[in-house]
Ligand binder design. Sequence first.
Ligand code: ADP
Ligand code: ASP
Ligand code: MG
Length: 405
Amino acid sequence: MALIVQKYGGTSVGDLERITGVAKRVAGYRQQGHDVVVVVSAMSGETNRLTAMGEEISKGSPNPREMDVLTSSGEQVTISLLSMALQGLGIAARSMLGDQVAIRTDSAHGKARIQHIEVDTLRDEIKRGCVPVVAGFQGVDAQGNLTTLGRGGSDTSAVAVASALQADECEICTDVDGVYTADPRVVKDAKRLSRVTFEEMLELASLGSKVLHPRSVEFAGRYRIPLRVLSTFEPGQGTLITIENKNMEQPIVSGIAHAQDEAKITISGVPDIPGIASKILGPVGQANVEVDMIVQNTGADGLTDFTFTVKRQDFDRTMSLLKPVAREISARELSGDNEIAKVSMVGVGMRSHAGVATRMFDCLASENINIQMISTSEIKISVVVAEKYMELAVRALHSEFELEK
Ligand code: ADP
Ligand code: ASP
Ligand code: MG
């Protein structure tokens, strides 16, 4: 008998029939004698729908606190429906909102971080044989305001609950039967990985593989929570996220991630003197815009070019923010491109293999894909390419590194 935290994503609870299916799946675990805590997302499409309404009524600049009250409501619907479905099968169940648990977060609306989870109520419910059905994605700050954790954040709610309860395993139940070598929607012959290390999964998730919310992987790695991604709809072992086993032979490349929601900004002809990078990026950071890749050219004639990437949703805001900055530092030109994408290869085996980058660049060149920016770390190589070549790049690299085998 184990304590298992299961998270069901939007597609898994997409309609009443599916919610009933989830209830049956949970009932199966109860019948085997396991204690179960369920964390659910909103029905698929619901968070998008709520977000769009908030954007529309506030003409594109919604109040972050109200936006969290709005978007967190999707999960309130699914916890109640799933609890009713479970009760209908004779399983004791009780829906719990983030503040009823309580899942305590900081006050960063829209991207709050979980600070602490109270376990007493959850433990009491489990002890009396009940399945707590917890709303993912949401929490409550010290002032009692509702907060949300960022898109895809229910994964993090689940891992955090699992860690607080010291659960035996956290299962992320979704519409794919595990983590694949690339997004199976893009690469038809992508292969399911039976295991992947926390380190690699963290890179893949941060670089765009939306199968897991990056912070959920960070949490699971830090608190050593056995984490598994598996299908809601089909039986199977899924993918186990594990600590690295140095004795095992590691493939050079474990997976390829892509991120479409990127944009690139260049300030060219800026004086090549100390303090320029901070003059440019200071205001960007102050406006709470996350900067990803940064490239500065070697100077010539006392001038240099400075390029960086941001999330596409922050592109317009960052461009207008930089107009006065560009003038102030006498830059030649400020330009931007919001039709770019990032493609990354990840693998712990890269540490011990030279020549991976060259092989990657050769492969892209043979497809006539121009590389606009490059960034590397010990276990990953990322390139920025035109958005229209993104899928081609992912497929070409997948086949070059024979990941289908
Ligand atoms: P949920 O609603 O259950 O949280 P998501 O849509 O957030 O599900 O995540 C699952 C999706 O992630 C899959 O349908 C798949 O298209 C996508 N995905 C991207 N990269 C990968 C990958 N490497 N392995 C598996 N799925 C991936
Ligand atoms: N419902 C939220 C979203 O769509 C959280 C989640 O699904 O994990 O982003
Ligand atoms: Mg998700």
